[in-house]
Design a protein around this ligand. Structure first.
Ligand SMILES: [Fe+2]
Ligand SMILES: [Fe+2]
Length: 374
């Protein structure tokens, strides 16, 4: 039998998206895995509602015209000689930083919509009831993320900007694919890993208190989504044949490249440059010049750098071997990364967020906090 899903553990067993008959097999009902029960029951602890002001209030104002959402150091484009010269007026610089944030928040919003559809699609293919309950629960959490980011963008800018081409095609690819490994690696490991890095970064540097609160609330959910991918990797990767492993590893590199391209590609940001009277070609030339003169491994040095977090996720999961190490080493120092702890960046922020939510959700009860993997 050919197994497109590369199933190595029954709890991740899957059927075709239109095979409902398999779902009503009598034996199946008795075989529910308990592996996700802790994650499922923890959802009560980190429950929040974007429409309830006890959790978050989207009416809180922010002075977008006069305050840069992120510090200038966090916007390296402003240090390019051409942009520095063209955007000398402090107000224009603020407008540029905040406009880049609109692009950023819009990518997050489209990514959250992708996560909603992806986790709903997992409900149709995962055969185990426990895994299905997990996926249904994630779907519900992604739905509140879509609501929350849509409300945030509306309150700050009125309307999002379109999804970048690279992110869009990756989302379509993983949602359409019937192969479970493609879905879990693409979404739970990569997009969610990237999101944890991006949210941790936003939580640290964003000057809008509402944005910081939003990131933290979303992270209380995302930390668990990422764990679902990690459990899959722990159960699956050690058992792969060499041919399967190569397939899975190449898929991971393909997804990572799409995400790197989405954020790092100046071509994708041409619309933005036009908005500021900048010649996109000149910006691209400056970027190329800077890349030539910089140690590439220094690029993603910061602990919360989103790509560093993403590559660390893959390394911890055993999805980077000698075959693909060179590809990632173009971006970061792989030896340095191997020596670090496996604790996920952002877990501390998520735990603090869960304590905040517990104080609202369980006013009179003492609870403990843990981001349980199993
Ligand atoms: Fe999400
Ligand atoms: Fe998620």
């Amino acid at each position: 039998m050919t197994d497109n899903n590369i199933t190595k553990d029954a709890m991740y067993g899957a059927v075709a998206p239109d095979d409902f008959e398999s779902m009503i097999e009598l034996d199946r009902y008795e075989q529910r895995s308990t592996a996700f029960d802790k994650i499922i029951s923890a959802t009560h602890d980190h429950f929040w509602d974007p429409l309830d002001k006890r959790y978050i209030d989207f009416d809180e104002p922010f002075d977008l015209e006069n305050v840069a959402m992120m510090p200038e150091e966090q916007q390296p484009l402003l240090r390019l000689p051409y942009i520095a010269e063209k955007l000398a007026d402090p107000k224009e610089r603020i407008r540029f930083i905040n406009h880049m944030q609109l692009w950023n928040f819009s990518s997050i919003l489209h990514g959250e919509q992708g996560a909603l559809n992806l986790s709903a699609s997992l409900c149709h293919v995962l055969k185990d009831q426990g895994a299905q309950e997990y996926a249904a629960n994630q779907t519900r959490e992604e739905a509140r993320h879509v609501t929350a980011f849509a409300k945030y963008i509306k309150s700050r800018w009125g309307r999002p900007v379109p999804c970048g081409a690279a992110l869009k095609s990756l989302l379509i690819e993983i949602i359409d694919s019937p192969a479970v490994y493609k879905k879990i690696i693409g979404m739970q490991m990569l997009v969610e890993g990237l999101a944890m890095g991006a949210f941790a970064n936003g939580f640290r540097f964003n000057r809008d208190p509402l944005a910081r609160k939003l990131f933290q609330l979303v992270m209380t959910d995302e930390a668990f989504h990422h764990k679902f991918g990690k459990i899959w990797a722990d159960k699956t990767i050690p058992k792969l044949t060499e041919a399967e492993r190569n397939l899975v590893e190449d898929w991971a590199a393909h997804c990572a490249q799409s995400l790197l391209f989405n954020n790092g590609s100046p071509e994708q940001q041409q619309v933005i440059y036009g908005e500021f009277g900048l010649d996109p070609q000149r910006v691209i030339e400056d970027i190329m010049e800077r890349r030539k003169n910089r140690d590439p491994k220094k690029r993603f040095k910061s602990e919360t750098n989103v790509f560093r977090v993403l590559i660390k996720t893959l390394l911890n999961a055993g999805l980077i071997t000698a075959r693909t190490r060179g590809f990632y080493a173009m971006y970061i120092d792989m030896d340095e990364l191997s020596a670090e702890s496996t604790r996920m960046v952002g877990d501390d922020i998520a735990e603090e967020g869960i304590r905040y939510l517990q104080a609202i959700n369980f006013k009179d009860q003492a609870r403990t906090v843990s981001i349980a993997a199993e």
